[in-house]
Design a protein. Structure first.
Lengths: 287, 532, 333
């Protein structure tokens, strides 16, 4: 409790991180309250072809799209998709990647090498390409995007946790525990993990931003949920045909992505500054 | 130049080096001050194409998007020209059909030459048809059922004889797809029995109006006028043609408006056509085409195998909203599986309308339990997605749940062959491959074609009988009557949702003249085009 | 000694890693919903024709046999032919690799040549106006969706202002082919109009790619410089009376550069990944777009081909970075 209050105090002091936190809260609030905040909530599924491609005005705050739907309302509902993908994808990749990294880092056998080389295989191809291949194989849908992102993101966690575990292993208190006969699992999860958790938390927040960008890219390439899903990346792809006249069509969803990712990045930076000043000094980062 | 010399003397002193270098660079680089114009030689026509030209082999692909090199680098025995399309003798100067309709004898012109100067002879035609049958790609499906390998004979240098295994009224209409290749040249480049595929995929073995000069699969191709072409040349022509791949539609439109491209594809969305019409640089020619837009319905799967459900679907599409609002009335309502303007199309048919009450009426009669329907769409083809979305929202209103699956054409076309994998519904166009009603209703709703060209899994004995008769007969009146009956029945059975017949809106630079539009080839034949 | 162990270890794992990569790719590319044979055979093909084609292409054999044949051929340098066009994959790869490399290298140059000085200055003048502007820029750089940024650049500079071309690598066929790098080739043949065209066509794609890379470089350089400036060593130098300027340029900058070098592997990753999107938006005829196309068309051999090439490149780069790590900071291993 003390630590939490301390953390919050530090957070409020760092105005940039505070801005980030506010943006994140805005995203969450928008996602939850979308049906109430939207001016045309039914436009997620209903269409009005006579209203196509109207510039932003007092009725359609961000203009309308190619099917005549209100872009502002669709963006609000798109926030739900964004949050869902980000949370689940990161969650799953952490759950897979962290234990593997712990085991690989803790042991010094050929098995560790095997695990690390396996993760190398996944890292050998650019994440986006592998994600495209997986999404293409499974078919375009939100579930498959989440799967593709998780399957390609876990190696980053593994590498991070591996490096951190290896460096912590040299610390005296770990050696002491091992000498005292603590089981490896106990050491890993009760001693190593708590000490590297701040690293993981910081990385999670920053990783959210990156995941949202990759998910938007997949949506842009047409691999996400199909029409008429109000997914932000897909909306930008749809808009290309109508540029430069319908400039609002591309601008609004892009701004939404930008603000959300910015929020996570700022907050993550702030967290890092607070939680672990030690990390700041180290230049070796997988970001 | 003198300036540099004096600077050089100065430059021998330390510190003068930099000014020297700068001066030298600036002067020699003044060439860069010229504006960047698209680097064309004068009198080269540049066309911006949506699909990439993956290969220069005319016998391995058979789609509308990549027709340009087949039309301009190669010739067939006959050729479809103009609108309404007429079949003209081309490499052949005359032909003869036997009484039983199974033997076609063509007499070749005496003066036709290949690009390497050698004469076009009957043996080249024989080689070409054998190659098509052997490779089994591209247009081969049009011929495999009627021509057996080895049955085509070169009677003499200028006479070639096709011996079909059954009478086919559409053979002549499809013969333009036998692109005649230079057999001597091809045999020289054959490797391991590949019929010279590796070589000809990037080279030219044709006799067409233009000969290949440059080809890069990532860019497109450039071809120069073949002065010895047998059709001869008037006094106005192009020196070279260049077909470039420009995938993004907006890039094609903006390029046209800037004058970087002289022509582009004619089936762009109406939003783009409106922009082009407004531009001073571009003229848009409008022609009635033969390319229908419809939803394929999987008639073999429940609940679409129930005619009441299909009728409910047919009453659930907002035809007017789609045509008027989304397509700005640039297309014509076409309620039958044949374009309104081909002979044999039923006239004066009203077809289905957007009527949700009627839809609910028919839906109530469906006995099978309802489930979520899968509507396919083609990724990258916005119109198919818009149509799917429109249908989906109407279906929701009558209580039918649906989901949309957008996939790319390679994936979708693969699924279309498989009864299990095919979507419940898929919006699609059907273009003209040969100008005969068989191209539509005869391919799409003919029982024996199920799984290949019939992706609706529709089979009706009566319709099959009419079509079989029409293919076998040589009497146009009989054939027309049969196709009329067949397509009317297909419409009454609601085997598909037939939406519109498109118009062709060809965007060309204002200086381009002589474009001859034909629904087959879509005006990509460049031999009559010139700049004014 | 440690270095030798590391290198040996990595070399030992090189082949199994590549093999593993190939197996995974093979499996993924063959477990696709599409039937590329049906697609290649054409809309009008019959079922018999499709099956005949399948046999002809050797795709009816069991998967493990196909895999074996593929790897065997690969060892001889034969990447196979495209399922789709029957053209050798190695040709496609060879023609597309320079396009991506040119884009990537120019982006690396731009982002380092601008990013490092910016990072240093930002650190030296910490909390100044410049520093704040730079920090806003770096945060945005990592938050902006590159495909969106690319589209905005196109909207503003190509469509509205008409200052740059809209897409593509050049307006015509490019300079006489020597290396495949347009900037180099046009200089070699002294074709100035081609040089200008190539340069102008590079502007928007490079800006899009370099932006996030620059943001990363600025951050790390800045952090590295701040770090070095606060280190005991520098304080010692200062107290000994060395002029600040000398200290900065000699020691601080070197540390900063070292920090950045270790990020090269990371930057390379960002750029290759970014190249996929940038190539798609700007219609750049490179490897990234080829990758996406082959996946979408289910062109097995093409997919395997480019995966192999990028995989090898990546592994090599990572290996070099890890080796550099050993030299630079023996403590870290």
């Amino acid at each position: 409790m003390e630590t939490l209050r301390f953390l919050l105090k530090k957070l409020v002091e760092d105005r940039v991180a505070l801005l980030g936190a506010l943006l994140i809260l805005l995203l969450i609030f928008t996602a939850i309250a979308a049906p109430f905040l939207a001016t045309f909530p039914e436009d997620v599924a209903e269409f009005h072809p006579p209203n196509r491609l109207i510039a932003p005005d007092s009725i359609f705050w961000f203009g309308t799209d190619r099917m005549g739907s209100d872009i502002y309302s669709r963006i609000l509902f798109g926030a739900r998709i964004t949050i869902t993908i980000a949370i689940i994808a990161i969650g799953v990749s952490v759950i897979i990647g962290v234990p593997i990294g712990l085991v690989a880092g803790y042991y010094h056998t050929w098995f560790s090498d095997l695990l690390m080389r396996t993760s190398d295989i996944f890292l050998a191809v650019p994440q986006i390409v592998l994600a495209i291949a997986i999404a293409q194989t499974l078919g375009p849908s939100i579930e498959n995007i989440i799967l593709a992102l998780s399957a390609t993101y876990w190696p980053f966690w593994t590498r991070l946790v591996y490096a951190e575990t290896r460096s912590i292993q040299k610390e005296t208190f770990i050696e002491a525990n091992v000498a005292l006969g603590a089981s490896p699992i106990r050491v890993m999860f009760m001693h190593v993990l708590p000490n590297i958790s701040s690293s993981i938390i910081v990385r999670t927040t920053i990783g959210m931003g990156g995941t949202i960008l990759t998910a938007a890219t997949l949506g842009f390439l047409g691999l996400g949920a199909p029409a008429p899903s109000p997914e932000w990346g897909r909306m930008i792809a749809e808009s290309r045909e109508f540029l430069p006249e319908a400039w609002w069509y591309a601008t609004a969803p892009g701004l939404a992505i930008f603000l959300v990712v910015m929020g996570f990045n700022l907050f993550g930076d702030g967290l890092r500054d607070i939680l672990d000043p030690r990390i700041r000094r180290s230049v070796r980062h997988d970001e | 130049m003198r300036k540099i010399t004096s600077n050089r003397r100065e430059a021998s002193r330390k510190g003068g080096l930099i000014p020297t270098f700068l001066a030298a660079v600036i002067i020699s680089v003044s060439g860069l001050l010229a504006p960047i114009t698209a680097a064309h030689a004068k009198n080269t026509f540049v066309f911006a194409n949506a699909s990439p030209y993956d290969t220069m082999d005319p016998q391995v692909v058979f789609d509308v998007g990549r027709v340009a090199y087949r039309l301009n680098l190669y010739d067939g025995l006959m050729r479809w020209l103009d609108n309404p399309p007429k079949l003209h003798p081309w490499l052949a100067e005359s032909y003869d059909i036997s009484a039983d309709g199974k033997q076609y004898t063509f007499t070749l012109r005496a003066n036709a030459k290949f690009h390497d100067g050698s004469p076009v002879e009957a043996k080249d035609v024989v080689y070409s048809i054998e190659r098509i049958l052997a490779l089994k790609k591209g247009a081969s499906s049009l011929f495999v059922k009627v021509i057996n390998p080895g049955s085509t004979k070169a009677i003499d240098n200028r006479t070639v004889q096709f011996n079909l295994n059954k009478s086919s009224a559409i053979f002549l209409a499809t013969v333009p797809e036998v692109h005649v290749m230079n057999s001597d040249l091809m045999k020289k480049h054959e490797k391991d029995g590949d019929w010279a595929s590796a070589w000809v995929s990037k080279n030219d073995a044709g006799s067409g109006s233009f000969k290949l000069k440059r080809y890069d699969p990532a860019k497109g191709f450039l071809a120069e006028r073949f002065t010895d072409h047998f059709m001869g040349w008037g006094d106005k022509y192009l020196d070279a043609i260049e077909f470039r791949t420009v995938k993004e539609i907006n890039s094609r439109v903006l390029g046209l408006m800037k004058g970087d491209f002289h022509g582009a594809d004619g089936y762009m969305p109406q939003d783009q056509i409106k922009r082009l019409v407004k531009s001073d640089e571009v003229n848009v020619s409008e022609e009635e085409s033969m390319r229908i837009f419809y939803f394929i319905i999987h008639n073999g799967r429940s609940p679409m195998n129930d005619i009441n459900f299909r009728k409910a679907l047919s009453y659930s599409f907002d035809y007017t909203g789609f045509i008027k609002d989304i397509l700005s009335n640039s297309v014509a309502r076409n309620p039958v599986p044949l374009p309104n303007n081909i002979w044999g199309a039923p006239q004066g048919v009203k077809g289905y309308t957007y009527d949700l009450d009627k839809a609910k009426e028919y839906l109530a009669k469906v006995k099978e339990p309802l489930r979520e329907i899968t509507i396919g769409a083609l990724a990258g083809y916005g119109q198919t997605e818009q149509a799917a979305v429109l249908l989906q929202s109407a279906l929701t209103k009558i209580g039918v749940k649906s989901k949309i699956v957008a996939e790319t054409w390679p994936v979708a076309s693969g699924k279309m062959r498989d009864e299990q994998q095919m979507y419940d519904l898929l919006p699609l166009w059907k273009s003209t491959y040969y100008a005969d009603p068989n191209n539509w209703v005869g391919e799409m709703y003919y029982g024996p074609n199920i799984g290949s060209r019939n992706n609706s899994w529709y089979q009706d004995d009566q319709v099959d009988q009419w079509i079989t008769e029409a293919i076998g007969s040589t009497d146009q009146a009989v054939r027309a009557a049969n196709y009329t009956k067949a397509s009317t029945k297909v419409m009454e059975d609601a085997a598909g949702i037939f939406v519109y017949n498109t118009k062709w809106f060809g965007p060309y630079n204002k200086s381009v003249k002589g474009v001859r539009f034909c629904p087959i080839g879509n005006a990509q034949e460049m031999r009559w085009v010139y700049f004014e | 000694m440690r270095l030798l162990v590391l290198i040996l270890n990595r070399l030992l794992w090189f082949f199994p890693t590549i093999l593993g990569l190939m197996v995974i790719t093979f499996t993924i590319s063959h477990v696709i919903p599409a039937d590329p044979v049906a697609f290649v055979a054409g809309d009008n093909a019959t079922t018999e024709q499709i099956e005949a084609l399948r046999v002809q292409l050797g795709l009816d054999r069991p998967m493990h046999i196909q895999l074996f044949h593929y790897i065997f051929n690969l060892a001889r340098g034969d990447f196979g032919v495209s399922l789709y066009t029957l053209r050798p994959i190695s040709e496609d790869l060879a023609s597309r690799l320079p396009a991506t490399m040119e884009l990537t290298i120019v982006s690396v140059l731009v982002s380092t040549l601008i990013g490092i000085p910016l990072g240093v200055m930002s650190a030296i003048r910490r909390n100044s106006f410049l520093d704040h502007v730079v920090r806003v820029f770096t945060v945005s750089g990592l938050a902006i969706a590159s495909f969106w940024f690319a589209i905005l650049l196109q909207l503003l500079f190509a469509m509205e202002l008409d200052w740059t071309p809209l897409q593509g690598r050049t307006s015509g066929w490019g300079p006489e082919h020597v290396t495949g790098f347009f900037l180099v080739d046009s200089l070699l043949s002294w074709d100035l109009s081609e040089l200008r065209a190539a340069a102008f066509h590079l502007i928007l794609p490079v800006t899009t790619l370099a932006f996030p890379a620059m943001a990363t470089i600025v951050r790390f350089t800045r952090a590295g410089v701040l770090n070095a400036m606060n280190s005991n060593y520098v304080l010692y130098e200062e107290s000994m009376g060395f002029p600040k300027r000398v200290i900065i340029w000699k020691y601080v900058l070197r540390n900063a550069l070292i920090g950045t070098v270790t990020q090269i592997g990371l930057i390379f990753g960002i750029l290759i990944a970014g190249a996929v999107v940038v190539e798609a938006v700007f219609d750049w005829p490179g490897l990234g777009y080829y990758a996406v196309q082959s996946i979408i068309q289910s062109d097995y051999n093409a997919i395997m081909g480019f995966t192999f090439v990028t995989g090898v490149l990546f592994i090599i780069v990572n290996l070099l970075v890890d080796i550099a790590q050993v030299f630079i900071d023996p403590r870290e291993t």
